[in-house]
Write a protein that binds this ligand. Structure first.
Ligand code: PMP
Length: 372
């Protein structure tokens, strides 16, 4: 008892301010968010010069590559911005009532996670419909955030999940259920025009010359470019899509190369040309094969940057852009959309998974000592 009392006195003592009353009044703690959604945005840039060098790009001409680390959002992806913005927008339009409204969305990806976490914070129910092929890991993430997960047959793919979402809303009392529709929602592009674009502009002091972004819904590429191009009309926008599914290239009048079909870059190449995508603002489309994306994602992990597969695709495309003569002296900024731990079921990690599973207990190693 006595030692507990002594400890509490000591703790109290250590908090006791040792400054004058005047200073005490002007002190305040900083960098505190009042709720999780306040943590969305304001992501930093990371210097990716090391990747250029390891890929043999001649950087003596002054080319610079930076990545915008959307992987550092509160739920680890660029979709955190979209989830907050679509819900803020629906709230502003008076469409949502805490404790009553049900957000229904056909998504298995990062959008589902973003919607689930904001819905949880704000007191809305969230139902996510997705094909049964989605990993248990992914279902667990959504269910841990309080969302209800409804699986649809794999044969009906994404359209099946959308049909199911509509069916669920139709079965709810009038006005209770809402589908926010990320591929059509104007709040998607707007959030990137109002936050991601201005952040890049400010953090590069307006020196950005080339912007490289993947296309899922097209929200990021459209919004960022719509903010920066009026300020710097010669900034170039490069969109990235899976080589196995070159729909944006085709929509821009380009040729598809190689075999078209399924790809392994989650978050990109949704199999449609999204309504919110600003096709005209894109200057070039660079296709990246799923294997190339995984190779680069692996390389990013190897420099200590755990990112997802689409980040690999985008950095691979940005590296190709940096290799060109025209990139001399240019600043290239690319998006790193998500954190890597979310993709452990991707084949990229199968070797590590096997190695981790077959680890055997070893005797303690000798202490590591690198002194002379
Ligand atoms: N990569 C990942 C991992 C994503 O989740 C998304 C969003 N679907 C994107 C890239 C593409 O972003 P956007 O939808 O803004 O085009």
């Amino acid at each position: 008892l006595r030692s507990a009392a002594t400890a509490s006195v000591r703790i109290f003592g250590s908090y006791k301010p040792q400054v004058s009353l005047h200073l005490q009044q002007t002190r305040s703690i900083v960098n505190v968010a009042s709720r999780p959604s306040d943590l969305v945005g304001n992501t930093p840039l990371i210097d990716l010069q090391k990747i250029l060098k390891s890929r043999g790009v001649d950087v003596s001409n002054g080319v610079k590559l930076y990545g915008k680390l959307e992987s550092l959002g509160p739920c680890s992806s660029v979709k955190d911005r979209l989830g907050r913005s679509m819900i803020d927008d629906a709230e502003a339009k008076g469409l949502l009532t805490p404790g009553e409204s049900v957000l229904v969305e056909p998504t298995s990806g990062n959008t589902g996670i973003a919607l689930a976490f904001i819905a949880r914070e704000r007191g809305y129910k969230c139902i996510l419909t997705m094909p049964e092929t989605m990993s248990v890991e992914r279902r667990m993430m959504l269910m841990s955030l309080g969302a209800e997960v409804v699986l649809t047959p794999k044969e009906t793919a994404v359209p099946g999940a959308l049909a199911k979402a509509k069916e669920i809303v139709a079965g709810l009392p009038e006005g209770k259920g809402i589908i926010l529709q990320q591929f059509e929602n104007e709040a998607n592009v707007r959030i990137h025009r109002e936050t991601t674009g201005p952040e890049i502009w400010k953090d590069t002091d307006g020196l950005i010359d080339i912007f490289v972004s993947g296309v899922g819904t097209g929200g990021t590429v459209s919004g960022v470019s719509q903010f920066i191009k009026p300020l710097k009309p010669d900034m170039k926008t490069v969109a990235v899509e899976p080589m196995e599914q070159m729909l944006i290239t085709a929509a821009k009048g380009g040729e598809k190369i190689g075999e078209q079909g399924p790809h392994k870059i989650q978050g990109m190449g949704a199999g449609l040309v999204p309504a919110v995508l600003d096709l005209d603002i894109i200057d070039e489309v660079v296709p990246i094969h799923s294997d190339e994306a995984a190779d680069m994602a692996n390389e990013l992990w190897m420099i200590g940057l755990p990112v997802g597969i689409s980040s690999g695709a985008i950095v691979a495309a940005a590296t190709k852009v940096c290799e060109r003569d025209e990139a001399a002296g240019k600043m290239v900024v690319c998006v790193i959309p998500s954190f890597g731990e979310r993709y452990f079921t991707h084949p990229m990690f199968s070797e590590i998974k096997n190695a981790a599973e077959s680890l055997e207990k070893q005797p303690l190693p000798e202490p590591f000592d690198n002194r002379e």
